[in-house]
Design a protein around this ligand. Structure first.
Ligand code: ADP
Ligand code: ADP
Length: 228
């Protein structure tokens, strides 16, 4: 399951002088792929960071499967985030990077964890990289590892923060297709932030357009495209 609800979500900085997210309400269905698009500074990252529990809202509510996870200390938050800069642990191998989150978030035995890491690495085509450190990998390989690290946990919700913007155009297209394929196979609810309108249009079941922290439009790509 992975139903996500944002209810009048608001985030202010600097004692209210900056309103990064301005009373955003949104329902995301289980298994849906939502893209969030808008120019730099419109509140995309702040929204994701609140969903990930990295930042507390000023007001409003976040629920996942009817459980209130608004507070950063909310106990259950079965989400995995994929970052633009990959955020891999530099001193750990690919295997350790992938297994680490698994150790924190599940009660699997060591053998089961190893098996899950191996299966996921195969799915992502990174099984030959398991003993490498991040600095031995190309950008595309790092992003595959970052995706693998999220997938291996089998979370209810994936959060993507501009995961492809550090890759060259060709690789970006390949990875787009790959993420869509994974999304189809895994049917995990996904919230995907990008400043690239074409990416948002091609990848999302629905698109959310943010402007100055406000939700400006929500709809299927075709409807948003035809009624800008
Ligand atoms: P985006 O991800 O769309 O580029 P952000 O969510 O990063 O937008 O930022 C939204 C607004 O909030 C911007 O004006 C940004 O400068 C501001 N902001 C984000 N984080 C902070 C912070 N920690 N302190 C002050 N202002 C912030
Ligand atoms: P993005 O463009 O992906 O939103 P940024 O580089 O804007 O990322 O933000 C990275 C970090 O800096 C975040 O933790 C964000 O909260 C913080 N940040 C962004 N804008 C400001 C700001 N004006 N003042 C303080 N911190 C900020």
């Amino acid at each position: 399951m992975g139903t996500v609800t944002l209810d009048n979500l608001r985030k202010e900085f600097d004692n209210g002088q900056i309103v990064a997210v301005d009373d955003v309400s949104l329902d995301v269905a289980n298994g849906e792929f939502i893209t969030v698009v808008g120019p730099s500074g419109c509140g995309k990252s702040t929204t994701l960071r609140m969903l990930a529990g990295l930042e507390s809202p000023t007001s409003g509510r976040i629920t996942i499967d009817d459980e209130d996870v608004t507070d950063v200390h909310a106990r259950r938050r079965d989400v995995a985030m994929v970052f633009q800069n990959y955020a891999l642990y530099p001193h750990k191998t690919v295997r350790q990077n992938m297994a680490f989150g698994l150790r924190m978030s599940t009660d699997l035995s060591k053998e089961e964890r190893n098996e899950r890491v191996r299966e996921t690495a195969e799915m992502m085509g990174i099984e030959d990289l398991l003993d490498d450190k991040p600095n031995e990998l190309s950008g595309g390989q790092k992003q595959r590892v970052a995706l693998g690290r999220a997938i291996v946990r089998e979370p209810d919700v994936f959060l993507f923060d501009e995961p492809l913007s550090n890759l060259d155009a060709k690789l970006r297209t390949t990875m787009r297709t790959e993420i869509q394929r994974l999304q189809n196979d895994l049917a995990t609810t996904s919230i995907y932030v990008t400043h690239d309108q074409e990416e948002a249009m091609t990848m999302g079941d629905r698109i959310v357009i943010l402007k100055d922290g406000e939700l400006q439009q929500v709809g299927k790509p075709k409807d948003v495209y035809e009624n800008p």
